[in-house]
Ligand binder design. Sequence first.
Ligand code: URA
Length: 259
Amino acid sequence: MESSDFHHALALLDWQAELGATEAICDAPVDRYALPDKQEAPARAKASVTAAAPPAPPAKTDAVQEARRMAASAQDLAGLQAALAGFEHCALKQGARNLVFSDGIAGAPVMIVGEAPGRDEDREGRPFVGRAGQLLDRMLAAIDMGRAETDAPVYITNVLPWRPPQNRDPSAEEIAMMRPFLDRHIALAQPKVLVVMGNISAQALLGKRGITRLRGHWTEVDGLPVLPMFHPAYLLRMPAAKREAWADLLSLKARLTDG
Ligand code: URA
């Protein structure tokens, strides 16, 4: 076994253990969705003689439609959180420990949209609590803002409310499926400005990637001012980019002060 295979296999095992798997049952995985249902098998076999082709699986867009319907029916943030908790179409939910909905003060003038929960956020059920979140708190404190700051509060959420396995990037399909909830979240939270952090959030809300080019340039989504910024996780890897992040924070502060 190559060492990269070994580390990959070890990471998968870690992931399963973290999800609560305590026992290895078979040597090879069994796709139980692909197995015939034991009780219904004879009936199905009989039916297949006469019946036409089985119904096509539901189109993927059904999940998006269902997300739109459920999101639209939420009348407040608590209702939206409950709707998300009841949304069963996103497979990420099965692998996540917690729904990560939001943190900070609802109704704050600034709403920050991150990408997706990581391990710490999944554990705690709150966005941005790991290392990147701690840096985010320090960044906000530098402009006298914060999630617990009553004078200059922020409200924080993510594009996705469930942790992707091994912190992989969310797929375009997952983003599209969860977007109606994010749109509704923004509508219900009623911020004055949005800050989108990182490429995934820029992709979800602006339909564009390339945060290095986008950052610092105010734009709009449905009439709401939006500031794209580097993601704090990127700043941890590339501390030199903190200079640009600082310029963006000052721009955010000025925008709020100038009304
Ligand atoms: N990164 C994010 O984008 N969101 C979190 O909640 C944590 C890390």
